[in-house]
Design a protein around this ligand. Structure first.
Ligand SMILES: Nc1ncnc2c1ncn2[C@@H]1O[C@H](COP(=O)(O)OP(=O)(O)OP(=O)(O)O)[C@@H](O)[C@H]1O
Length: 295
């Protein structure tokens, strides 16, 4: 199944979800283009897992909706979704081989040859019970189950975190190949900017359950500048996302699509992805607009 590139793979509209009185998601809206890799970035507790679970149809939001290829996320979209949560959902008593067999029984579009190729590449021990596997092997098995299901969208919650650097590179390569060969859409959460840099075309930054930035990576980088200089000059600038001071100097992330300025007594450069993401993660929460009352 190739991705339909005219409809967003995932359309998140006004998503709000509370656990008790705490807002895990607070009016999140963004779209995920089909056939691309989108990174969901945010600090601990920002709402990434809640968002991915909602998109997977495993959690019903209080308000708002998620559509997957135009259909409301839920039972009907499950066959098109490969979801791997942080706690890889595997049966510890089953062996690797039995787990792959079960994957084949549960998923109508199961690609057994692909599953075995990926398991061979990962050097997974077929006869070992899953409960005895190292954390990295368990994660790879969970990813293989999701990939061999041949989904249209892969929703991966920190998929690379438990992997060693070699396994990380191998798994990244597998994901990239799946995207290139089959047009699979991938949404993955991560804290590691290097992973995002090497894998992702789009980025969504979440903070306190709200979307702070949603953009194509290249466009986001060319749409911002970093200014460094005397605090009184830097803080005068327009469109500041975030500013940090150190002694009498300050560094600011600024929204600007213009060329690098050469004057003004400041030093300017385009942000790296790390500077951009950190700027949005550290930016103060935008204040709610004041109501204007007329008499
Ligand atoms: N089942 C739950 N019951 C109560 N609160 C929850 C539950 N799941 C998440 N939360 C709360 O919702 C907020 C968002 O959590 P979530 O796990 O989505 O964040 P996250 O960005 O994935 O964090 P991390 O990077 O640490 O995994 C947090 O305040 C968390 O404590």
């Amino acid at each position: 199944m190739s991705a339909d590139r005219t409809t967003p793979a995932v359309d998140v509209a006004g998503l709000t979800h509370r656990f008790g009185r705490r807002y895990a998601l607070d009016g999140c809206s963004f779209t995920v283009p089909a056939g691309a890799v989108t990174a969901l970035v945010g600090r601990n507790g920002a709402g990434k897992s809640t968002l991915l679970r909602t998109a997977a149809g495993l959690l019903r939001p209080d308000t708002g909706a998620v559509r997957v290829f135009g259909e409301p996320a839920g039972d009907a979209t499950l066959p098109r979704i490969g979801y791997v949560g942080q706690q890889a959902p595997l049966y510890p008593m089953l062996t690797v081989a039995q787990t792959l067999t079960l994957g084949g029984r549960l998923n109508p579009r199961w690609d057994a040859a692909y599953a075995h190729r990926l398991a061979d590449d990962a050097e997974l021990p077929y006869t070992a019970p899953v409960g005895t596997l190292a954390a990295g092997h368990r994660t790879r098995l969970a990813l293989i189950l999701a990939l061999a299901k041949r989904p249209g969208v892969l929703l991966l919650d920190e998929p690379l975190a438990p992997l060693d650097p070699v396994a990380r590179a191998e798994m990244s390569g597998t994901l990239m190949a799946d995207v290139a060969d089959r047009g699979t859409t991938v949404v993955l959460s991560s804290h590691v900017v290097a992973d995002i840099e090497s894998l992702c075309d789009h980025v969504v930054v979440l903070a306190e359950g709200r979307v702070r930035l949603t953009a194509e990576v290249e466009r986001a980088l060319t749409g911002h500048l970093i200014a460094v200089g005397a605090t009184e000059d830097v803080t005068e600038l327009d469109d500041i996302v975030e500013v940090r001071t150190a002694g009498r100097d300050a560094t600011a992330l600024i929204r600007s699509t213009g060329p690098l300025p050469s004057a003004g007594g400041l030093s300017w450069h385009r942000p790296t992805l790390e500077e951009l993401v950190l700027g949005y993660l550290r930016a103060p929460r935008p204040r709610p607009k004041r109501k204007v009352t007329t008499t």
